[in-house]
Structures are given as structure tokens and as C-alpha cells.
Design a protein around this ligand. Structure first.
Ligand code: SF4
Ligand code: SF4
Length: 317
């Protein structure tokens, strides 16, 4: 008798990553996130559902007169701009669309679906294929979205990874149920957890949630004597979390809890085009990226407290 398998919703799988854990790794991006960070580089992973994305740079409506998606949509959610500058989508209608027939009609990959259902065994097949390229130290990193949102799926896959002696890493917000977090972490060797701001209200202003659950979960993980390696990550956003006060508060929290490593990630605008492709306004379109050199004084605050502080992709694995 075949046992019923969990399926997970995954919006990307990338092989050969070298920045998200030790060695060469396969990154698995799971859909669904409880946070709404305004600088998010992967907004296509926010929702726990499949959704359409429109890449206008690939659309041939203007150059070739294509109207295939307009004709395919059963809900008339796609129309032409009256000034003839292209096509537009009524994203509110699309939010409840299950079929996404428009994406099948598009022959130019301008309209695509974000998110694919994948079974545990399909994912394990991909990981077992990729493991030939990982070398001795590599493995799989689960990211997202928030990888712990799809609990049954991630737990089942993590158990299978451990049965197959695969090194496992996770990039998590830690905004999740504590018991589940501690249960899942038993199958994880390496973790990046974000601290985005130490002030609960400022945290909520830019991410949609306060930080109490996150900080308490970090403390719970450390005091659980989890044997893996934890590196805190902080996306550094000018004018939001880069004040000396906030950096000192973060460093003092880490020192008190016994956390030894942090990775500062300077703000970049790499996700901007995806916001547009999902029909959303990008709040940071006017903000420039931060050069890594500017983070030196912030880095010093951690180093003065004997906390190792890496900038950008400098985390040693
Ligand atoms: S996602 Fe659905 S509702 Fe939206 S344009 Fe495509 S077919 Fe129409
Ligand atoms: S089907 Fe694709 S290429 Fe044609 S108009 Fe629609 S999005 Fe553009």
C-alpha cells in the first residue's frame, strides 16, 4: 500500500549556491511568510498560494500585437491601457484565481506562475541528484518565505534528509510556534535567523509583526542546547535599523544570550522588479543600496563585544 505523501508549495529551487551555508548547496524556497518586510527580495514567496507574475520586458503585446492572455482569462482580469502602452492586470481578481489559464496561453514566458506543488519524494529526488555536486561539506538550505510555515512538509523532508545523511540548513524568521521550531531544529545543522530591529513597534512598522516571538524563540533555541551553528542575520536598512542605539541593543541582546556570530547584509534593491511584476509598489524605489564599507562602524560595535561580525557574503563556513 502506498503511504500518502505530503506536498509542499515551493517557489524556487536553486542549485550551486555558496552563500547560504557550508560548501555548495541546493536552496529550496518554500512559499508563505508571516512577515511583510518592505525591502523583501522574494515577495513572490509571501503568499501560501500559487500566483501569477507579469514580466513586461518579455511581453510582445506592443511589438507583435499578442492578445493571447486577454482572450484566455475567464474572468476578464487583463485589459489594455487606453493610451496603448500595454496590458494591465486586475490583481484583485487574480488573487482568487485557481487555474491561471493566462499563464498557459502566454508563449513568451511573460506571464508565469510562482509556486509549484512538489511531493516529498520529488524533492528528495532533486536533492539526491544535486548531492553529486555538493562535495563533502554541502547540502540543502531551506529558505522562503518562511520555511517553517508548511510544517508537515518541512518536517517530513527534514527527517528524510537526515536519514540520507544530508547536511541541512535553514534561513528562518523564527516567527513560528516555539515547540515546532525546537522540534524541527533537531534535524537542522546550521541556521540563519534574522533580527531586523530590537524595538517591537519599529519592527512591526516595517515587517508587519512585532519581534517578541522572534527574540523569545532565539533564546529558547540557545537554551535548548541545540548542537548546530546559529548565525544571526541583519539586513541593514538605512534610517530603519542602522542607528547606533539599535545596533548596540542588538549586540547587547546577543551577548546576553550567548550568541557569537552576526552577518550584516547591506540593503540592495535586487527584488524591486519582482514587486512590479506582482502588481505591488516597491516602498524603497528611491533608496540607494548601502556600500559594504559604510558598515564598518556598525561592525565594530559587535566586535567590541567579542561577537564575530561578517559583512555581505563574508560569512566563513
Ligand atoms: S491569474 Fe486567473 S484571473 Fe488572473 S489573469 Fe490569469 S487567468 Fe485571469
Ligand atoms: S500572452 Fe504573454 S506575450 Fe501575449 S500579451 Fe499576454 S503576457 Fe504579453
Amino acid at each position: 500500500m502506498m503511504l500518502k505523501e505530503n506536498k509542499g508549495l515551493v517557489f524556487d529551487i536553486q542549485s550551486y549556491s555558496v552563500h547560504d551555508g557550508p560548501g555548495c548547496r541546493t536552496l529550496v524556497f518554500l512559499s508563505g511568510c508571516p512577515l511583510r518586510c518592505q525591502w523583501c527580495a522574494n515577495p513572490e514567496g509571501w503568499e501560501y498560494r500559487r500566483r501569477p507574475m507579469l514580466r513586461m520586458s518579455k511581453c510582445v503585446h506592443l511589438s507583435q500585437g499578442c492578445t493571447r492572455c486577454l482572450r484566455a482569462c475567464p474572468f476578464e482580469a487583463i485589459s489594455r491601457y487606453s493610451d496603448g502602452t500595454g496590458i494591465m492586470i486586475n490583481w484583485t481578481i487574480c488573487a482568487s484565481c485557481e487555474t491561471m489559464e493566462c499563464t498557459e496561453a502566454c508563449l513568451h514566458e511573460a506571464l508565469v506562475v510562482c509556486g509549484k506543488w512538489i511531493s516529498e519524494s520529488e524533492l528528495m529526488r532533486i536533492l539526491n541528484r544535486d548531492r553529486n555536486f555538493w562535495g563533502a561539506r554541502g547540502g540543502v538550505t531551506f529558505s522562503g518565505g518562511e520555511p517553517f510555515l508548511q510544517r508537515d512538509f518541512i518536517l517530513a523532508v527534514l527527517k528524510k534528509c537526515k536519514e540520507a545523511y544530508i547536511h541541512t540548513a535553514v534561513e528562518t524568521t523564527a516567527y513560528t510556534d516555539r515547540d515546532f521550531l525546537l522540534q524541527a531544529m533537531k534535524y537542522i545543522d546550521f541556521a540563519f535567523i534574522d533580527i531586523k530591529h530590537m524595538d517591537p513597534e519599529r519592527h512591526k512598522e516595517k515587517t508587519g509583526v512585532t519581534n517578541e516571538i522572534i527574540l523569545a524563540n532565539i533564546v529558547a533555541l540557545v537554551t535548548s542546547h541545540w548542537p548546530g551553528r546559529l548565525v544571526i542575520r541583519m539586513p541593514v536598512i538605512e534610517g530603519f535599523n542602522d542607528s547606533e542605539d539599535n545596533i548596540i541593543a542588538t549586540a547587547d541582546f546577543m551577548k546576553k544570550v550567548g550568541l557569537k556570530e552576526i552577518n550584516l547584509l547591506p540593503f540592495h534593491r535586487l527584488g524591486e522588479s519582482k514587486w512590479r511584476q506582482l502588481g505591488m509598489d516597491y516602498p524603497y524605489s528611491e533608496k540607494e543600496g548601502i556600500p559594504e564599507e559604510v558598515l564598518g562602524p556598525l561592525q565594530d560595535i559587535f566586535l567590541e563585544r567579542d561577537i564575530l561580525c561578517y559583512v555581505g557574503h563574508d560569512t566563513p563556513f
